[in-house]
Design a protein around this ligand. Structure first.
Ligand SMILES: NC(=O)c1ccc[n+]([C@@H]2O[C@H](COP(=O)([O-])OP(=O)(O)OC[C@H]3O[C@@H](n4cnc5c(N)ncnc54)[C@H](OP(=O)(O)O)[C@@H]3O)[C@@H](O)[C@H]2O)c1
Length: 410
């Protein structure tokens, strides 16, 4: 890794110790803590925790007070059409900040929270493609250390940490298969503050494991919309922006790469199931789609849904994007895309092959399967983007009405 971003080396506070033996609480937790519930994955994890357990789900949220925190959670889940008023009484807001010492709860509040929880789910992070490591360290690295500290208080409790497959985007792992159990020890060539911060945070988790913490690491790849409703993250993501941009321009770049993503409903259902499945405890999982699609083939699928979009050379396509961003600054999409393409986000860069054998083995018999990236899934997503007015209507063919929420899997 270039520069002094990660120096001095980050290591876990020596005062954090795990003395108690793991309780058998994890099959039926009564109280759990979730971070990131106002975000995309967090909202779906909250839904799954409410459905797959009977636990009260304490949610660490940045807000003025409990009412405001609950309103933020409700608004997010309502956006994704997964809010269920009948389950709301099991949501307990906790006002706090990952970037603050003791999560901003004060020593006593922090200890009380730690003592009262049966399991911790850490999905919260500052997810930003352009900020440098130094700007993300407080929330993503120190925040993870505070979650580990929390796990060390009171009865032993498992920590379920949401990492990312991007921790393997350094030089060491390119062009070969990476197994779930292979720790990403090398950060050589790992560019971008976000990936670096998640890489360092994972290191802290592994250090805590060596001290006795039962920590499960879940590494999603690119997470896309709900396979039933098509609803995507409300913060926008590069692939969606790219699809939109290409459909508006009528041009896509011809690139030799495969595209992989997993629907949010699969990722969240699998994570919560694995967290409650004792043989999965303390392992690493790749929430990666076993069936990806070649980028150019993806456009054949889109063409079959009625769009006429021409493939052009990447340099020519990028010039068009740049031209649109420059000529029509009111077209925010192209400006965003232009910036994102310059960021170290690496949509088109070579990536490792990610093994999912451990994940498949532990999910066997659960009925939870990742839908393949195919015609059906793309139809659901394009329908949603069309319904929202994000993409033009197809000239030929007809997109069908989206499926109601919750009908995506199984
Ligand atoms: N989306 C993907 O494709 C993807 C892929 C791989 C891994 N992941 C991982 O999945 C997790 C969730 O990602 P996401 O896509 O759901 O991101 P997101 O929608 O941006 O949600 C991030 C969540 O973290 C919270 N957060 C950020 N900084 C915080 C702080 N200082 N204190 C308390 N909460 C804070 C946010 O709260 P506010 O609402 O207050 O900002 C929000 O609830 C992250 O750990 C990310 O690294 C995501």
């Amino acid at each position: 890794m270039k520069g002094d971003d990660l120096s001095p080396p980050v290591s876990l506070d020596p005062e954090i110790r795990f003395s108690a033996t793991m309780a058998e609480a994890c099959r039926a937790p009564q109280a759990v803590l979730l971070t990131g519930a106002t975000g995309f994955l967090g909202a779906y994890l909250l839904k799954e925790l409410l459905h797959q357990t009977q636990a009260r789900v304490h949610c660490l949220v940045r807000a003025q007070d409990g009412n405001a925190a609950l309103a933020r959670i409700r608004e997010g889940m309502a956006f994704y059409r997964i809010w269920d008023e009948t389950l709301a009484e099991r949501i307990v807001p906790v006002i706090g900040d990952l970037a603050s010492p003791r999560l901003g709860l004060g020593e006593e509040g922090f200890k009380a929270l730690g003592r009262g929880m049966d399991a911790l789910y850490h999905a919260g992070a500052q997810v930003n493609a352009v900020y440098p490591y130094a700007r993300l360290k407080a929330a993503n690295v120190s925040g993870t250390e505070e979650m580990i500290r929390l796990a060390s208080l009171g009865p032993a409790k498992p920590l379920h940490f949401v990492s990312t497959l991007a921790v393997y985007f350094g030089d060491e792992y390119q062009g070969r298969e990476v197994a779930e159990g292979e720790a990403p020890h090398s950060a050589q060539g790992l560019h971008g503050g976000y990936k670096q911060s998640k890489w360092v945070a994972e290191g802290l988790i592994r250090e805590a494991r060596q001290r006795g913490l039962s920590a499960t690491i879940h590494r999603p790849g690119r997470i896309m919309g709900d396979s039933g409703s098509g609803i995507m993250t409300r913060h926008g993501d590069l692939l969606t922006n790219l699809l939109q941009g290409c459909l508006h321009l009528g041009l896509y770049p011809r690139v030799e790469t495969r595209i992989n993503f997993a629907p949010i409903d699969y990722v969240s259902r699998a994570m919560v199931y694995l967290s409650l499945h004792p043989p999965a405890r303390g392992k690493d999982f790749h929430l990666h789609n076993p069936v990806s699609i070649h980028w150019n083939e993806l456009w054949e699928v889109i063409a079959s849904l009625g769009y006429s979009v021409k493939g052009v050379d990447y340099a020519q396509w990028r010039e068009c994007i740049q031209g649109q961003a420059g000529n029509s600054p009111e077209r925010r999409l192209f400006t965003i895309l232009h910036h994102l393409l310059r960021s170290p986000i690496q949509l088109f860069a070579e990536k490792p092959d990610f093994s999912v054998s451990m994940t498949a083995q532990q999910l066997a018999g659960s009925g939870i399967e990742c839908p393949p990236v195919d015609h059906r899934l793309m139809e659901v997503y394009l329908n949603y983007l069309l319904e929202q007015g994000y993409i033009p209507a197809p000239e030929g063919g007809a997109l069908k009405a989206p499926l109601p929420t919750g009908e995506g899997l199984g």
